[in-house]
Design a protein around this ligand. Sequence first.
Ligand code: NAD
Length: 344
Amino acid sequence: MPSYAFFDTKSYDRPFFERYGKKSGIEFRFFETRLTQDTVGLANGFDGVCAFVNDVINAEVLESLYCGGVRTVALRCAGYNNVDLHTAFGKIHVVHVPAYSPNAVAEHAMAMLLTSIRRIHKAYIRTKDFNFSLDGLTGFELHGKTVGVIGTGRIGRAFIEICRGFGMKIIAYDKFPTPEGGIDYVSLDTLFAESDVISLHCPLTEETYHTVCAETIEKMKTGVVIVNTSRGALIDAEALLDAIKDRKIGAACLDVYEEESDIFFEDYSGHILEDDTLARLISMPNVLVTSHQAFLTEEALDTIAKTTVENILELQTNGWCKNELCYRCGKTEVCSAARTGKCF
Ligand code: NAD
């Protein structure tokens, strides 16, 4: 029976993994702590670890995992920017869940956008306090506005479909444009210049790091709304804050934050928030922050657990897995990344 050390366990994901673990014969040992250099010893003797977005899976941790006998890192998420794939190559298999529910994230992006521009977050608090005044709650309509979508993969395309339903004009940028879906691709500069709303749906890479920064914000329309449900470091948070203070950016909807790893997913109410930039952003009336919640639906949690278990079983049976992340694995016949030219 394969045994997996499950890091960063939360009350909402444990029941799904318990159910699928039982069905498949995989033993999950649940640890609440995140995987870091300090906690990696907990994984000694396990066949694999099951990790999430804020677990530290750098070279040091991977070497320790390898020495402890771990041969698989099963990510229960899509993004893998926290994994040093170069170090893992040839030693530890890394699998992920590429698509659990693009709609969960796309719908959350739209929920944040609507909440922000129609001031629902303000109205909710007011009416709870029997304050029925409308002062300061004037919003704007999405119909006829231009949305610029950066990254037209699964989530980006789901978001585009939602925006179409709102009668928005859609323009997009992707490093690998797809002919599917009749998407109007433009250059990044055009996207920055023409968009009333910009929504980020590309992965975090060296290339996309700080896609939104002082220089690119300069190219945007005054009053633009930025939505980020992808990865925090796509935005230079300091530059965003400056642009909000300058009234250049009209609103920001952030489900992810550059320095989220020590903050998000935890309850810090009653504590003093050390991160001044985040505290200042949260204090702004036109900034909406959710703590990496976009994926959190029943449907997505079920698919995440099911796919993770399938990945582990597929690796065990075949020695490879279609959802494996690799650094030049050479298995081009089974690797969709290589077939589509998206291999590293
Ligand atoms: P995907 O792989 O289907 O799509 C990503 C798209 O980005 C692809 O079309 C790719 O070609 C494009 N891309 C790659 N490099 C680019 C670049 N330099 N510039 C522009 N586009 C580029 O991924 P997805 O399932 O749509 O997920 C998108 C991102 O959403 C993930 O990388 C992850 O970081 C994030 N995500 C967040 C949550 C959440 O809960 N907030 C949940 C799941 C995924």
